[in-house]
Ligand binder design. Structure first.
Ligand SMILES: C[S@@+](CC[C@H](N)C(=O)[O-])C[C@H]1O[C@@H](n2cnc3c(N)ncnc32)[C@H](O)[C@@H]1O
Length: 313
């Protein structure tokens, strides 16, 4: 998975993510607007620091970073340092005000936002053999053929016991430890502020019995063959991450994303405004839909006392 996604011929190194799938960032500008609103709440909570940071963690082509920079008021933009953190190379035409690095900057104050990062952090898969022993699943890169390897031991085994025990009805599990560690490092990179991870995920009450590893290529779901030709992704065990879990629906509503239809009277008093409001409501509905993006989970991890509860207002 590591090689297939991030090796020299890896999917994310050679491909533009937006050509293969749409994230909330691509679905609607309302998503960036909500993130910018959250950044302003963090700024206020931190007392308007001279150096406010917005870290677009696993930025893809930094579409979110660019939008947030455009959306914040000028006095905030003047204090804002935008960092795109990405394993892929910097796009040639990116706004020069946006920094680009493979590691999160250390010791900054502000908002770190990771949209659809952790599902692409490589992980191992465990399966039970005939005797009930959990073993690593090995996959041949050429064709995706599977076989069972060594028994799962040590920290991976402890993670399975704590978060995704194999047993009745659960024969196959995705070992989320690398995600927990990557997320913990990202949270710790902040000196103060809020870290948010958004992803499709699950919690202990509803682990998928056969796991979720799959591939995406050119907008279509394909078998997860690790040959570099497709995105490989597995849902995230969100409750194992440091922080508090909420749904995207609840988080976006708290940030003012409203899927309510505009009043019909607007159609006669301001037809163009009505059409704009209707389009916005349609996009908001897509971002918050049950069975779709609205079921995505947000994990929020405040760093320091001031940024707790910023999603409750
Ligand atoms: C599904 S894309 C999401 C892009 C963007 N955040 C969005 O929502 O449109 C996942 C991105 O995470 C990046 N990535 C994965 N692991 C990373 C890491 N450890 N550090 C920085 N970027 C990473 C990949 O290169 C890929 O561009």
């Amino acid at each position: 998975m590591e090689d297939a996604l991030y090796g020299p011929a890896g999917f994310f190194v050679t491909q533009r993510p937006a050509d293969h799938f749409r994230t909330s960032v691509h679905v609607s500008g309302l998503f960036a607007r909500a993130v910018a609103a959250l950044l302003l709440r963090v700024d206020t909570a931190l007392g308007h620091p001279a150096d406010l940071a917005f870290v677009d963690m696993a930025a893809g082509r930094a579409e979110l970073a660019q939008a947030v920079l455009r959306l914040v008021p000028a006095p905030v933009a003047a204090r804002l340092r935008v960092h795109a953190v990405e394993r892929a190379p910097r796009p040639a035409d990116l706004d020069p005000r946006i920094g680009w690095s493979a590691q999160a900057p250390a010791g900054v104050r502000g908002l770190l936002f990771a949209n659809e990062w952790l599902d692409n952090v490589p992980l191992d898969i465990a399966r039970r053999d005939d005797r009930g022993t959990a073993r690593y699943l090995e996959v041949r890169a050429a064709d995706g053929a599977e076989r069972l390897g060594a028994p799962v031991r040590g920290p991976d085994a402890a993670w399975l016991r704590a978060w995704w025990p194999l047993g009745a009805g659960a024969d196959r599990a995705e070992i989320g430890l690398p995600r927990d560690l990557a997320w913990g490092e990202a949270v710790d990179s902040l000196a103060a502020g809020l870290a948010v991870a958004v992803d499709y995920g699950h919690t202990a009450a509803a682990r998928p019995p056969y796991g979720t590893l799959t591939g995406y290529r050119a907008g279509r779901q394909v078998p997860p063959v690790p040959d570099g030709g497709s995105d490989l992704t597995a849902h995230v065990a969100m409750d194992a991450l440091r922080g508090t879990v909420t749904t995207q629906r609840a988080a976006l509503r708290a940030l003012g994303v409203d899927a309510g239809r505009p009043p019909l009277v607007l159609a006669s008093t301001d037809p163009a405004g009505y059409v704009r409001a209707l389009a916005a409501a349609t996009e908001a509905a897509e971002l918050t839909a049950g069975g779709g993006l609205g079921d995505f989970l947000w994990v929020t991890a405040p760093v320091g006392p001031r940024c707790a509860d910023l999603l409750t207002a």
